[in-house]
Ligand binder design. Structure first.
Ligand code: GDP
Length: 196
């Protein structure tokens, strides 16, 4: 698919405000600052498709992009902000859980984690929800350019080892929006999910 054709459709605070649950969606999730916006922009070759915004208020919405009719990318709210009230955190988490557990057109989840700080609680939560819903997962270890190749490989192996016992369809790869590492693998994975 021509991911560079992606166009913004709508921002929604929760799944009730999303368009009809038809077609195929692949969702992107990650802690805030994990590099999710940069990855989406690299994938779509658009400088500012997803806002690399530091203001929680603007990014805490489900953002939908259409690649072609019935083929959508979903930018889920970044999680793990330290400085927001508990109540707001709970709200976002509820929206994420609902999206994964109730939206039927989701066919894959990409979870982005900074390669230097992988597998935090909420990352595990997202992965476990997906496995429970039988949604395949691609974990991208982002900012891979920040580590030398030895350390990079070690992290990859460790994350794979931690996730393996969970079962499910979970793959782990490295990624760098900056150095364009892993974009082809991401594209191939998305193509396979969109053809199911
Ligand atoms: P988001 O909050 O998950 O959408 O994260 P952003 O895409 O806004 O990125 C957060 C920060 O990490 C920004 O300062 C980016 O410039 C930086 N960043 C994102 N991707 C990469 C990468 O591949 N390599 C490096 N070195 N920095 C990155």
């Amino acid at each position: 698919h021509n991911y560079h054709m992606a166009k913004f459709v709508i921002s929604a605070p929760d799944i009730r405000h999303l368009p009809k649950d038809t077609g195929i969606e692949v969702a992107f999730a990650g802690r805030s600052n994990a590099g999710k916006s940069s990855a989406l922009n690299a994938l779509t070759q658009q400088k500012s498709l997803a806002r690399t915004s530091k203001t929680p208020g603007r990014t805490q919405l489900i953002n939908l992009f259409e690649v072609e009719e019935g083929i959508r990318l979903v930018d889920l709210p970044g999680y793990g902000y330290a400085e927001v009230p508990e109540e707001m955190k709970r709200k976002w988490q509820k929206a994420l859980g609902e999206y994964l557990q109730k939206r039927e057109c989701i066919k894959g989840l990409v979870v982005l984690m900074d390669i230097r700080h992988p597998l935090k609680d909420l990352d595990m939560q997202m992965i476990e929800w997906s496995i429970a819903m039988e949604v395949p997962v691609l974990v991208l270890l982002t900012k891979a350019d920040k580590l030398a190749s030895g350390a990079r490989k070690k992290q990859l192996m460790e994350v794979r080892q931690t996730l393996e016992p969970l079962g499910g369809d979970v793959e782990v790869e490295y990624f760098s929006a900056l150095k364009k590492i892993g974009i082809d693998k991401l594209r191939i994975k998305l193509d396979s999910w969109y053809s199911t």
